[in-house]
Design a binder for this molecule. Structure first.
Ligand code: ZN
Length: 284
């Protein structure tokens, strides 16, 4: 199969049954640390092919994509640097291009088109999905979409959240976000509340609005390893890495990391010899 381009609003996009909102959720998810069953960056598939997200910003729009490679190999050096991983040949890719919303009339249809407020070159703008390019053999793409749908479907059950000891990340459209711990969720779910019922009760601490909240499952420190994705990161050097993983996130610092342009992997420089890691840890 060659490359195929689908224009949002003009073409019927079905990439192995993935909707534009599925594609959007997959490529726009910017994981802080492989923290969710719905994060697909630096993930090993069951056949050991390797998934990686890529981000490109241009003056005329932003590009977000997920690519699958035949293999991945650690080439030495620091294990948490992306450049220290060498990938094999590309098997498939799904690439979404978003362009800035220029005219106010364009806002009218935003409900039907994935859109995001993104800061590019110091300017925050709203971007909406413009087209999607799909490249790769259909059977390999459907292996991925099958996996995605199994995970997504399982997350509609409170039992999955209970078994996985997941916490719930709640993010408001105003930009504020918070987490509900797994213990609290266990209590709510054990009282018979559904995921939708919990979601509908959430009120934003910052703007006070209800119903503007998106929820997302995150692994907690008690999530069994067998329920987590296999990542490609080398864990032998990983004492440091493992320690990082168990440090509770400070949402303020994590947000600061993102605001400082952290790429989700490397530390960013804070000043005075101090660095801030992706999970909000300050170190020398
Ligand atoms: Zn809010």
């Amino acid at each position: 199969m060659g490359e195929k381009t689908y224009y949002v609003g003009r073409d019927d996009i079905s990439v192995s049954n993935l909707t534009i909102f599925d594609v959007d959720a997959i490529v726009m998810r910017r994981s802080v640390l492989y923290r969710s069953p719905l994060d697909f960056d630096f993930i090993l598939m069951p056949d050991l092919s390797f998934l990686q997200l890529q981000w490109n910003n241009y003056n005329f729009g932003i590009n977000r994509k997920i690519c699958c490679y035949s293999s991945v190999r650690f080439s030495g050096g620091l294990p948490y640097h992306r450049k220290n991983y060498i990938v094999g040949s590309k098997i498939w890719g799904i690439s979404a291009f978003y362009r800035p919303v220029e005219k106010s009339t364009e806002y009218a249809d935003l409900n039907n088109v994935p859109s995001h407020i993104v800061e590019v070159y110091g300017t925050k703008r709203q971007y909406k999905m413009h087209y999607v390019v799909v490249d790769g053999p259909g059977d390999k793409l459907s292996e991925f979409s099958d996996l995605y749908f199994v995970i997504k479907e399982s997350l509609t059950s409170t039992q999955t959240w209970i078994d996985g000891r997941f916490t719930m990340e709640a993010s408001c459209r105003c930009g504020h976000f918070n987490e509900i711990g797994s213990e609290a969720l266990q209590v709510l779910f054990s009282k018979g509340l559904s995921i939708e019922a919990v979601k509908s009760r959430l009120k934003c601490d910052a703007c006070g609005k209800k119903g503007n909240v998106e929820i997302h499952p995150l692994y907690s420190e008690n999530t069994p390893d067998r329920l987590k994705h296999k990542t490609a990161w080398v864990s032998s050097k990983g004492r440091r890495y493992n320690r990082e993983r168990t440090i509770p996130n400070n949402p303020e610092l994590v947000r600061m990391y993102e605001n400082l342009g952290g790429d989700g992997r490397d530390r960013v420089y804070l000043g005075d010899g101090a660095y801030l890691s992706k999970n909000g840890e300050v170190s020398d």
